[in-house]
Design a protein around this ligand. Structure first.
Ligand code: GRF
Length: 219
């Protein structure tokens, strides 16, 4: 089995990146993490990746000013240099140009801290609390030009508790993120995810559904 060559794009902490790196340590995992790239030189995740022996690159968006196409072009050149086949966005806080997104269509996935299509964008945990949501969670999806709108590959849910703050809710959602992102990348790397009419169909053995992904600490 040839493992897919994956790059992870980060901007910060990199805990989802770390979960993907951990999963890919298994030689039977269908993807290998060959590169971690950040648009910020101070991203803490860069140290984590280096400690795991993974190549890191910084493409500092500040060097490109407002020229998004030039930034994306520089990133693309790095990805080609490393012969990247699949891209994982993991806390990558930078809008990508349509040209870049279309180039990677079907080969670039993202994790979003909400049950899409609810709560696209930022500040999702506070917005879920403000809306009185009873269930919240995270979504892994293909990236399309419209933000947080691509076909949904996998979701994991948590129960919202009456005494939750944005922080406590975020912590439980993050634990779910760390479980579903490696599962979703595995499916994509195995070529088991087909997009039909804008929706993902998973071929082969069924995968755990969202209910099974509710962490065991849930009431
Ligand atoms: C995660 O909550 C992810 O869903 C969102 O940004 C956060 C990144 O966290 N896109 P980390 O850098 O993976 O720790």
């Amino acid at each position: 089995m040839s493992r897919k060559r994956v790059a992870i794009l980060i901007s910060g902490r990199g805990s989802n990146m770390a979960a993907l790196i951990e999963a890919a340590k298994d030689k039977n995992y269908p993807a290998e993490i060959v590169l971690v790239a950040s648009n910020r030189p101070d991203a803490a995740g860069l140290d984590t990746a280096q400690a795991a022996g993974i190549a890191t690159v910084v493409v500092d968006h500040k060097a490109y000013g407002k020229d998004r196409a030039a930034f994306d072009g520089a990133m693309q050149a790095v990805l080609e240099q490393y012969r990247i086949e699949l891209l994982c966005l993991a806390g990558f806080m930078r809008l990508l140009t349509d040209g870049f997104v279309n180039h990677w269509q079907g080969r670039m996935i993202n994790i979003h801290p909400a049950l899409l299509p609810a709560f696209k964008g930022l500040d999702t945990h506070q917005r879920a609390l403000d809306a009185g949501a009873k269930v919240h969670g995270a979504t892994v999806h293909f990236v399309v030009p419209e933000m947080d709108a691509g076909p949904i590959i996998m979701q994991g849910a948590v129960t919202v508790r009456a005494d939750d703050s944005a922080q406590t809710l975020a912590a439980r959602v993050l634990a779910v993120e760390h479980r579903i992102y490696p599962l979703a990348l595995k499916l994509v790397a195995e070529g088991r995810v087909r997009v039909v009419d804008g929706r993902c169909r998973i071929d082969g053995t069924p995968v755990p559904d969202a209910a099974q992904l509710v962490p065991s600490d849930q009431p």
